[in-house]
Write a protein that binds this ligand. Structure first.
Ligand SMILES: *[C@@H]1O[C@H](CO)[C@@H](O)[C@H](O)[C@H]1NC(C)=O
Ligand SMILES: *[C@@H]1O[C@H](CO)[C@@H](O)[C@H](O)[C@H]1NC(C)=O
Ligand SMILES: *[C@@H]1O[C@H](CO)[C@@H](O)[C@H](O)[C@H]1NC(C)=O
Ligand SMILES: *[C@@H]1O[C@H](CO)[C@@H](O)[C@H](O)[C@H]1NC(C)=O
Ligand SMILES: *[C@@H]1O[C@H](CO)[C@@H](O)[C@H](O)[C@H]1NC(C)=O
Ligand SMILES: *[C@@H]1O[C@H](CO)[C@@H](O)[C@H](O)[C@H]1NC(C)=O
Ligand SMILES: *[C@@H]1O[C@H](CO)[C@@H](O)[C@H](O)[C@H]1NC(C)=O
Ligand SMILES: *[C@@H]1O[C@H](CO)[C@@H](O)[C@H](O)[C@H]1NC(C)=O
Ligand SMILES: *[C@@H]1O[C@H](CO)[C@@H](O)[C@H](O)[C@H]1NC(C)=O
Ligand SMILES: *[C@@H]1O[C@H](CO)[C@@H](O)[C@H](O)[C@H]1NC(C)=O
Ligand SMILES: *[C@@H]1O[C@H](CO)[C@@H](O)[C@H](O)[C@H]1NC(C)=O
Length: 791
């Protein structure tokens, strides 16, 4: 734990303390320069506290040497592993972390390492964490991992490892997380893989594993994530899988598993996501899913399930996605499905279903969700359903050849028929007249209703205005001619509903004003009225907004509809988030309200996850990521807002927006020159938000003339690292200290002044998940010291 040790070692390498170097470079460029130097060197002092400085044991030293020898280090990442062992445990060897002179972690992800993992790794008796993911490693997973009694985490995903998973892994009693996904592994899953009483997460996906799922897995009461998708697994699902009462994610998709769903599934009470797509499962789906109260995603696509769709699925109110397509289900779509308020994705296509599609479903989902069922009717572009009790004017249209009903004893004569036909024609004519008349009257009525509604809107807006300065109206005087376009979502409202809603101003941003609107049915939505004359022309606008309306992700605020007013007003309708913006959540709370570290970490991971989806799936650069643009729902899950809005705006409007964000402290330094947001400037903004979560300080308020990253840098430079953290976090410092330090280190990496040095958002996400792999289960090791490393 000696800072001195660290200094001395650094002094040896650099000739002098790098920060003394900074101090000599006085004058104007001092801050920028010291900041640059800080980023190059100072990440280490943050972690310096974790190094114990004891000289590495001879046995561990030899093992590390052997490991280096068998790796192919084309980029010279392991250059620092060069001395006779003095530096291994004093923080000089990259990726190594020790306790009492013994190596506890090797962490070298994304280092372009090739070659093999040496069997000598089994000599590192204290090793807890092995993280070599995203390299180009070949060969097999060392058998000797089974000799490591303290091993907790194995992260070898995204490599080219071959051979089979060593059965010896059953001997690691502390194993918590085992991820070897995306390799070329073959052979069977060892039956003892889940033997550890602490196993939490197993991910073997994207390999070529064969054989069946070991039934011994059903003994692992702690297992929470089981990801086996994209392998070549066969055999049935173990019948006692229901014993895994903590299991939240089960993904067996894209294998060749057969048999039926075990009845015991009804006991998987924690299950959130179930995916068995593309297997050979058959028989009925048990009607016992209703106990799975937390189930949100169910995907049974492309199997051979038959029988009826269990109506009890409709009792699970959390369900948001159902895919039952390409099976052999028969019967009707249960009416109970209309109770699923959160259903956002639904597919029963290509089965043998019949009957009416419940009307709520046919409104919400298009033909692609229902087609390929010959007996199914009542959805868009399907054949209409036969009416159960035909209206009376249909009766005479029956062809005379049909058997007469019991009432008509005598046969109809030709004369009768002519009379009847004439009568029918008359009736039809009469009905037509009535219809036309009705239409005329309705049109008049509706136009007068519209103006009265407009008056009502203005009145209601005025009454809110009277209530206080927060009052406002969504649209002043809605005249006929507006256009409302819905995207998929839970809301059903008309343009009139929207324009007549009571509205309250929530905030103003560069793009316009945001309102909280309460619709007549009590539903609340957030409405953003875009600033006039800043948006693109209507055609371009509608094309862009339509693509934004398709984006669905749990950390991105969903766009549900837009409205174009007759005078060019533009409204965007979003989900309403009850806990407001992250900025106000953090900075505008009462002194008695504490935001705990797990909440902050959950928010950090959520934002990163959302940004990751924007960058990697949607190809969208946010360009204006700030804590005011993060909204929190009831469970404080973060939802990024304002993404993609720049696409709706004119170029000049966008330039103004960049300038505004700059004054708030979220802009990467290069933006003042380039004026062009990139994924790297987004990562910078993300880093500022991470610092905001760690320090509890709003970045818009300079401290001693420094912005937030510079301020943090200056404190860390003076080795007062603990001073940067929000005071209320320090209460738990003994248990979360390492997580704070590692998150701080990551945040500083993100705000590196040089764009190319910043990580990709995907890497930020993976590192955050490594800092907190449990997410749900905060487990502290029995000796109280969590394993962390520098990379
Ligand atoms: C070992 O590596 C470090 C960092 O790459 C370098 O500064 C140092 O000069 C090397 N020492 C020896 C003895 O080669
Ligand atoms: C398992 O690994 C695959 C491939 O690395 C990844 O895509 C997937 O998200 C992982 N599953 C879980 C539940 O983490
Ligand atoms: C692992 O579990 C399996 C099945 O429960 C058992 O047969 C085996 O002995 C266990 N292995 C170890 C090393 O505990
Ligand atoms: C999957 O297993 C079957 C038989 O078990 C084998 O024929 C097939 O080649 C395997 N496929 C892959 C991709 O390994
Ligand atoms: C579910 O668990 C209970 C209690 O452990 C057990 O009695 C019951 O048999 C299980 N149900 C099934 C279908 O396995
Ligand atoms: C379902 O989820 C809620 C909230 O996420 C949690 O409190 C509850 O324990 C879960 N239920 C089960 C059976 O796991
Ligand atoms: C579950 O759904 C079924 C069929 O839709 C219904 O009969 C039953 O009452 C529901 N149970 C609960 C607890 O809501
Ligand atoms: C629907 O989802 C929202 C947000 O995820 C959640 O707050 C709400 O409880 C869910 N509704 C139901 C009926 O599960
Ligand atoms: C569809 O279901 C009906 C009974 O509802 C059955 O007679 C028919 O054979 C089924 N068709 C197919 C292709 O399975
Ligand atoms: C139907 O909806 C799905 C998902 O919402 C969408 O991907 C698809 O493009 C839609 N198809 C048509 C024809 O609108
Ligand atoms: C429904 O499933 C079918 C077949 O699995 C697929 O082709 C179609 O795109 C899906 N539609 C939607 C809306 O998901």
């Amino acid at each position: 734990m000696e800072n001195n040790t660290w200094h001395n070692a650094k002094d040896l390498i650099f000739g002098l303390n790098p920060f003394q170097k900074c101090r000599k470079n006085q004058k104007g460029s001092f801050i920028l320069l010291s900041f640059l130097l800080f980023v190059c060197f100072s990440v280490e002092p943050v972690l310096g506290h974790l190094w114990d400085g004891v000289v590495v044991t001879q046995s561990d030293f030899q093992s590390l040497r052997a490991i280096k020898n068998e790796l192919i280090d084309s980029k010279g990442v392991l250059k620092s592993w060069n001395d006779s062992g003095l530096g291994a445990c004093s923080g000089n060897w990259v990726g190594i972390k020790c306790l009492k002179g013994e190596v506890v972690a090797i962490q070298l992800p994304w280092k372009s390492l090739g070659g093999k993992i040496s069997e000598k790794i089994g000599q590192l008796q204290s090793l807890r964490k092995l993280s070599l993911h995203d390299n180009a490693l070949v060969g097999s997973i060392p058998f000797s991992l089974g000799f490591l009694p303290n091993l907790r985490g194995v992260y070898l995903f995204n490599n080219k490892l071959s051979g089979s998973i060593p059965p010896s892994i059953a001997n690691c009693p502390m194993l918590q997380s085992f991820d070897v996904s995306h390799n070329s592994l073959i052979g069977k899953i060892p039956s003892g893989l889940a033997n550890s009483t602490r196993i939490f997460r197993i991910n073997l996906s994207y390999n070529s594993l064969s054989g069946s799922i070991p039934s011994s897995f059903t003994m692992s009461h702690t297992l929470t994530i089981l990801s086996l998708e994209f392998n070549n697994l066969t055999g049935p699902i173990p019948s006692e899988l229901g014993k895994l009462t903590r299991l939240r994610i089960l993904d067996l998709s894209n294998n060749a598993i057969n048999g039926s769903f075990p009845l015991s599934f009804s006991n998987l009470s924690s299950l959130v996501s179930l995916n068995v797509e593309n297997n050979h499962l058959e028989n009925h789906v048990p009607n016992t899913f209703e106990n799975l109260h937390n189930l949100s995603v169910i995907n049974l696509k492309n199997n051979k399930f038959d029988g009826k769709i269990p109506s009890t699925l409709g009792n699970i109110s959390n369900i948001s996605q159902i895919d039952l397509s390409q099976n052999k289900f028969v019967g009707e779509i249960p009416d109970s499905f209309t109770k699923l308020a959160n259903l956002s994705s639904f597919n029963v296509s290509h089965n043998n279903l019949s009957g009416h599609v419940p009307s709520l479903l046919s409104k919400k989902f298009n033909a692609s969700s229902f087609e390929g069922n010959f007996g199914l009717c009542g959805y868009i572009s399907s054949k209409p359903c036969p009416s159960p009790s035909p209206p009376p004017h249909n009766l005479p249209a029956q062809s005379p050849e049909e058997p007469p009903s019991k009432k008509h004893h005598r046969k109809l004569s030709t004369k009768d028929i002519i009379l009847i036909v004439a009568g029918v024609l008359l009736l039809i004519l009469l009905l037509l007249c009535c219809f036309l008349l009705c239409c005329l009257v309705r049109k008049r009525a509706s136009s007068s209703r519209k103006s009265s509604k407009a008056a009502k809107a203005a009145a209601s807006a005025r009454s809110v205005e009277k209530g206080g300065p927060a009052g406002g109206e969504v649209v002043s005087g809605g005249e006929a001619g507006g256009k409302l376009v819905h995207f998929d979502g839970p809301f059903v409202f008309t343009a009139d509903d929207l324009l007549c809603a009571t509205a309250e101003i929530m905030g103003k941003s560069a793009y316009g004003t945001a309102y909280k609107a309460t619709l007549e049915d009590g539903n609340q939505v957030a409405v953003k009225r875009l600033r006039e004359k800043t948006t693109k022309g209507q055609k371009e606008f509608e094309a862009e907004v339509a693509s934004l309306g398709k984006i669905r992700h749990q950390n991105l605020l969903a766009l549900r509809a837009y409205y174009l007013g007759p005078k060019g007003e533009k409204l965007l309708v979003f989900d309403y988030m009850s806990r407001g913006s992250l900025a106000s959540f953090l900075h505008a709370r009462g002194p008695e309200i504490i935001v705990e570290w797990p909440t902050r970490m959950k928010i950090a991971i959520g934002i990163t996850n959302g940004l990751c989806c924007l960058h990697n799936q949607e190809n969208i650069v946010h360009g204006n990521l700030t804590s005011s643009n993060i909204q929190l729902d009831e469970q404080t899950n973060p939802h990024i807002t304002d993404f993609g809005l720049s696409r709706l705006m004119t170029t000049s409007a966008n330039t103004n927006i960049i300038a505004t964000a700059g004054s708030l402290g979220y802009n990467a330094p290069e933006l003042s020159k380039t004026k062009k947001p990139t994924t790297k400037t987004d990562v910078y903004s993300l880093g500022v938000i991470l610092l905001e979560l760690l320090t509890g300080k709003p970045p818009g308020e300079p401290t001693n003339g420094m912005d937030l990253p510079q301020w943090v840098a200056s404190i860390v430079k003076e080795e007062w690292t603990n001073e940067v953290f929000d005071l209320e976090l320090m209460r738990d410092a003994p248990t979360i200290g390492d997580e704070l330090l590692n998150t701080l280190k990551l945040a500083l990496h993100c705000v590196d002044p040089s764009p190319s040095a910043r990580p990709e958002v995907k890497q930020v996400l993976q590192q955050l998940e490594e800092i907190k792999p449990e997410l749900v289960e905060a487990e502290v090791d029995d000796d109280g010291a969590k394993v962390q490393t520098n990379e």
